[in-house]
Design a protein around this ligand. Structure first.
Ligand SMILES: NC(=O)c1ccc[n+]([C@@H]2O[C@H](COP(=O)([O-])OP(=O)(O)OC[C@H]3O[C@@H](n4cnc5c(N)ncnc54)[C@H](OP(=O)(O)O)[C@@H]3O)[C@@H](O)[C@H]2O)c1
Length: 322
């Protein structure tokens, strides 16, 4: 099969487009003909070697967590899915596991779902990590109708889903982004847009019930400044949690700090699919690259300030059993 794979940790200089042996699925696995893959920050961070102690040392390695495609084969113990099903999902690429940037991926049945009607492969691949993380953060912040919410970094992968989900819940949404992305943030449904420079964050006298930090690195002084007493801040980069800060901020200011993490709970998938079906959640895909140009997708995700989601499409494979 054709794959975009890495021969060592690093950037695009350590990765090539070429041939690798086809994967062989286990009894609980499905063999998926991959159609689309989205590039998340975690993909280029793992490719770069940031998590090498848990990511593993085996190369060549295929990266890419979120994917969508068509089932070609099912293992003996797979009852829920059948060949021909259009599916999507995400699977960790830690512990030497291969990812999805290839024509075929063997994946555990627990990691996938049938693509809802009306959703393209590209849209399906765009959802998992970013939308599940956005949903998790908003839930932890108890965002509901009438909540005043600030989404920090509202035009990236996580942020643009967070704006749409918060709006669907009836919240009043303010978002931060760079000046050039203002109109885009409004198109996602933001009621108000502001800059994220320290000066702009410090200057505002607005107070929010919740701050969902999609960017993940808002300074504690601004978190405390922007949150109402009793409000909650959820960050995508809250690892490891600074326990002392959590306790102090809670005791002194009555504000809660927590993490927004992707969880693959069936009810979360269902909520996203329902929002998509209602037209309240639509992945914004600005850049699509073919598999042989996956290096450009990684470079954009790592250095190019992408907007919304970046997708890699995978060329069709001629299989003997088709
Ligand atoms: N914990 C988890 O499970 C989980 C899951 C997914 C992602 N994450 C993490 O969440 C972060 C965001 O992921 P992503 O996929 O949304 O990334 P992304 O698509 O690259 O988007 C990053 C966003 O950050 C904004 N930004 C840049 N500098 C900023 C600043 N100083 N203040 C506020 N916003 C700023 C950008 O806006 P402009 O372009 O307008 O500047 C852009 O919208 C990453 O660190 C990622 O690793 C964690």
């Amino acid at each position: 099969m054709k794959a975009y794979y890495s021969t060592a940790y690093g950037g695009s200089e350590s990765s090539v487009y070429g041939d690798l042996p086809d994967p062989s699925p286990g009894v609980n696995h499905l063999l998926v003909e991959v159609k689309a893959v989205s590039i998340n920050q975690v993909d280029w961070k793992i490719r770069r070697g940031d998590l090498r102690f848990i990511s593993g040392w085996k190369f060549p390695r295929i990266f890419g967590s979120d994917f969508a495609g068509i089932i070609r084969e099912t293992g003996k113990e797979v009852m829920q899915f059948k060949p021909g099903d259009r599916v999507y999902g995400t699977r960790s690429i830690l512990f030497n596991r291969h990812g999805a940037l290839a024509q075929l991926r063997a994946v555990d049945q627990k990691c996938i779902r049938v693509i809802p009607d009306g959703m393209s492969f590209e849209e399906a691949a765009a959802l998992p990590i970013a939308a599940l993380t956005a949903l998790n953060g908003l839930r932890k912040c108890s965002v509901k109708a009438g909540s005043h919410v600030l989404i920090n970094g509202g035009t990236g992968g996580v942020g643009h889903f967070a704006i749409q989900i918060a709006k669907a819940r009836g919240a009043i949404v303010t978002t931060t982004c760079s000046a050039s992305n203002r109109e885009l943030a409004i198109s996602f449904g933001a009621d108000e847009v502001m800059g994220y420079s320290p000066g702009e964050l410090a200057a505002t006298d607005r107070k929010f019930d919740a701050v969902m930090d999609a960017y993940g690195k808002m300074k504690l002084e601004y978190v405390c400044h922007l949150l109402k007493r009793g409000g909650t801040y959820a960050s995508t980069l809250f690892i490891p949690p600074p326990y002392l800060s959590i306790i102090l901020v809670r005791m002194v200011f009555g504000k809660r700090l927590t993490a927004a993490n992707m969880q693959k709970r069936p009810e979360d998938w269902k909520e996203l699919e329902k929002l998509f079906a209602e037209g309240s959640l639509k992945p914004f895909i600005e850049n699509i690259f073919p598999l042989e140009k996956a290096a450009d997708a990684f470079d954009l995700a790592e250095k190019g300030n992408p907007r919304g989601k970046t997708i890699v499409t995978v060329p069709e494979m001629k299989l003997p059993n088709l």
